[in-house]
Design a protein around this ligand. Structure first.
Ligand SMILES: O=c1ccn([C@@H]2O[C@H](COP(=O)(O)OP(=O)(O)O[C@H]3O[C@H](CO)[C@@H](O)[C@H](O)[C@H]3O)[C@@H](O)[C@H]2O)c(=O)[nH]1
Ligand SMILES: [Mn+2]
Length: 687
């Protein structure tokens, strides 16, 4: 290995050339926000009645939240950096035989929502990494304790003997069998059960048909008992950290969701470009690859790509301590799980090195298995620091966000690695209601962190840094979007229907301020999106989903979080469905919104908002045509409701004239009409 300091460059970093433009614009926009708040204050002070004061107050609250969120997002735009890595130079730094061992963790939880074949597929794709087989171990955590999954893996172990040499001989890059070739009820999920650990393949013993060693493959189903908190995925990963610690104990650990298969066998080498970089690795906790997805329809109608979360914002965080951990596609340095950088002497937080792997040839020995069983039992963590100071952190439904955040607070760093060819590809919910449920779960998990003693605004700004604190606060307070979005979805519209102006007259100077604030924010968002290789149509759908989530996922997420706090039990980690029926798939591929799956309360909310906006827009326009002068007074309200109406088009289609299975259930339409009627009648009661 090359000496420290003389190491050839394994990676390079470049600051986004547009930062200065962004910063200049931030200053201008900040002035505009201050002017707006001043104007709001004036209107409140000059309000002629209590009612109009309340109306202006609501708008002020909405704008304050917008302003707060704007401040938080500036942290992402302050210093975005892009990285490149040079895996071809790796050979001059470390010989293949000196590469650190790699443990891959794959989590699955529900054999019905996550078909075992998907999980097997993911496992085989990583066993096909271009990496020394005797240094590679794949651990599968089955939180469902499913016989079917275990059986599928036993078969997979046999299949691997043929598949892996086949990949190598044919130089396949797609090493997930399903991706390459595409082109049973005999089980039940056990409530309580003992831990089960099976070594399905052992590198020192098993070889493929060409007589090359195979990677280790280990199936782990942890012990589950009533009366014990299992901490969902975080708990499962902590069991894997300990079990693998007893077996292969590799210094590098890759975490993957069961649907995130490897799309490039060179990926670990890219990660090594950072993990073996002596200038970096003493503090490097993880290398995060973006979550990328397959099967998204052309215009991405549900905004499933989550470009901002997975591709744009990490670049912004990378200019500081690094991107957040997103649960999948992350190469960890194992030592980061054992405590903080500052607490440990330099030797203990040793950078990833070529050593560290235990004697792999012993993993199925009785002694090792006995230890593995011990650490996989549910009482093992009792009275230890696991989940609090050690391993994946508990206390939030978004264990990934929470763990990455706490690592950054302890002084660890991370890097964002976003190669041209997606490193991993996963499934997205291609069903409207599933997609909204997923973001609702995230929203709740994030609020759990926001309102804990680890609130990023206080704890994070102090322990990590101001920008890192703001980054994490942006996510923690994600759900707050529901406040301004709900207010702007109803208030200007209802007042418009009653002919009450709320905003400055058209073409007055203040009116231009509002127009500037809207257009500039939207334009900047569009530019960010296009620069991240999005299309205009995808961006349009993405901004629509932002509003949709505002009155659906975020609104219900915040409500559920509040209910949870007054003691109403809630669902917890509702695993996202990865199976689609034929009709759903057809609707999705035809870019049709699917409201048919269930009559979810989300849809009542969406239906109500869309009806209110359409009604007000028509009433306002007709009134404006009749009495020309009022048109200028309510112009802003007309623009807002008109904009929402354009966005709600798929909802009107689904309510009024679609006849397929994905149309809006009649019950939901009726409920929405009633709710809209109720909203319009509120002013009567107040007056
Ligand atoms: O009790 C549980 C629940 C879930 N999982 C696994 O966790 C993964 C993610 O679950 P999924 O239903 O796919 O959730 P998503 O919302 O799609 O996942 C995102 O958000 C999660 C946090 O909410 C992160 O853990 C994931 O990595 C991230 O991809 C899957 O492999 C599950 O099998 C478990 O192992 N045990
Ligand atoms: Mn998922």
């Amino acid at each position: 290995m090359a000496e420290e300091g003389k190491q050839p460059l394994l990676n390079a970093v470049q600051v986004d050339p547009l930062v200065h433009l962004n910063r200049a614009h931030a200053v201008l926009y900040a002035c505009a926000i201050l002017a707006l708040l001043y104007h709001r204050l004036l209107s409140m002070l000059g309000a002629p009645t209590h009612l109009s004061f309340l109306l202006f107050l609501s708008l002020t609250i909405a704008d304050l939240v917008f302003a707060f969120k704007w401040v938080l997002t500036q942290a992402f735009r302050w210093r975005p950096v892009r990285r490149r890595e040079f895996p071809e130079r790796l050979a001059s730094v470390a010989d293949r035989k000196d590469w650190p061992a790699l443990d891959v963790f794959i989590c699955t939880a529900d054999p019905y929502k996550e078909p075992p074949m998907t999980v097997v597929n993911t496992a085989l794709s990583v066993m096909g990494f271009d990496y020394p087989a005797n240094k590679l171990s794949v651990y599968v955590s089955d939180d469902g304790g499913s016989q079917l999954t275990l059986f599928a893996f036993m078969e997979a172990a046999r299949f691997a003997r043929y598949w892996l040499p086949f990949c190598r001989e044919n130089g396949l890059v797609d090493r997930s069998p399903e991706a390459y070739f595409s082109s049973s009820s005999a089980t039940h999920v056990l409530g309580e059960r003992c831990e089960k650990i099976k070594v399905l393949l052992e590198s020192s013993r098993d070889a493929d048909i060409a007589d090359n060693p195979l990677p280790n493959l280990i199936y782990v189903s942890r012990e589950k008992r009533r009366n014990y908190d299992h901490h969902f995925k975080a708990g499962a990963l902590n069991v894997l950290i300990r079990v693998s610690g007893e077996m292969s104990n590799a210094p590098v650990v890759l975490t993957l969701d069961c649907d995130m298969y490897s799309n490039d066998p060179q990926t670990p080498q890219r990660a090594l470009c950072y993990l073996l970089d002596h200038n970096k690795n003493a503090k490097l906790a993880f290398v995060q690859f973006p979550q990328r997805f397959k099967g998204i329809n052309e215009h991405d109608i549900y905004g499933s790509e989550l470009k901002r979360l997975f591709q744009i914002n990490p670049v912004g965080m990378d200019g500081f301590r690094g991107p957040s951990y997103v649960g999948s596609g992350s190469f960890f340095s194992r030592c980061c799980f054992h405590g903080s950088t500052s607490l440990l002497p330099q030797q203990a937080s040793q950078p990833v090195d070529s050593t560290g792997s235990r004697r792999i040839n012993l993993i199925s020995s009785e002694a090792v298995l006995a230890n593995a069983h011990r650490v996989a039992s549910c009482s093992y963590e009792h009275g230890t620091k696991w989940g609090y100071k050690v391993g994946m952190r508990y206390g939030s439904l978004v264990e990934d966000y929470n763990t990455g955040y706490r690592l950054h607070c302890e002084g660890w760093e991370s890097v964002f690695c976003n190669p041209q060819r997606p490193a991993f590809l996963g499934d997205v919910p291609t069903n409207f209601s599933d997609s909204l449920n997923q973001t609702k779960r995230w929203c709740i998990g994030l609020l759990e962190v926001a309102f804990s003693k680890y609130c990023p605004l206080s704890f994070g700004c102090k322990r990590a840094s101001l920008p890192m604190g703001l980054h994490y606060a942006h996510y923690a307070f994600w759900g707050l979007w529901c406040i301004p979005l709900s207010i702007y979805a109803i208030l200007p519209q209802v007042t418009l229907a009653y002919g009450v102006p709320l905003f400055p007259k058209a073409f007055e100077p203040w009116w231009y301020l509002y127009v500037y604030l809207f257009l500039a924010a939207y334009a900047q968002d569009l530019v960010d999106f296009l620069r991240a290789k999005g299309t205009f149509r995808q961006w349009w759908n993405d901004q629509r989903m932002w509003m949709v989530r505002g009155v659906a996922s975020y609104l219900f997420g915040v409500a559920e979080f509040l209910l949870q706090h007054v003691g109403v039990p809630t669902v917890g980690f509702n695993v996202t469905n990865k199976v689609m029926d034929g009709e759903q798939t057809m609707l999705y591929n035809n870019r049709c919104f699917d409201f048919g799956a269930d009559d979810s309360p989300f849809f009542v909310s969406l239906g109500t908002v869309s009806i209110v906006n359409l009604t007000s827009f028509i009433v306002g326009l007709v009134r404006g045509m009749r009495q020309g002068d009022i048109l200028r007074d309510v112009s802003m309200q007309l623009l807002i409701s008109g904009f929402v109406v354009v966005n709600c088009w798929p909802i009107y289609e689904a309510m009024a004239w679609r006849r397929d299975a994905g149309r809006m259930p009649v019950m939901v339409t009726k409920a929405s009409l009633m709710l809209a009627g109720a909203i319009y009648s509120i002013p009567y009661f107040i007056l």
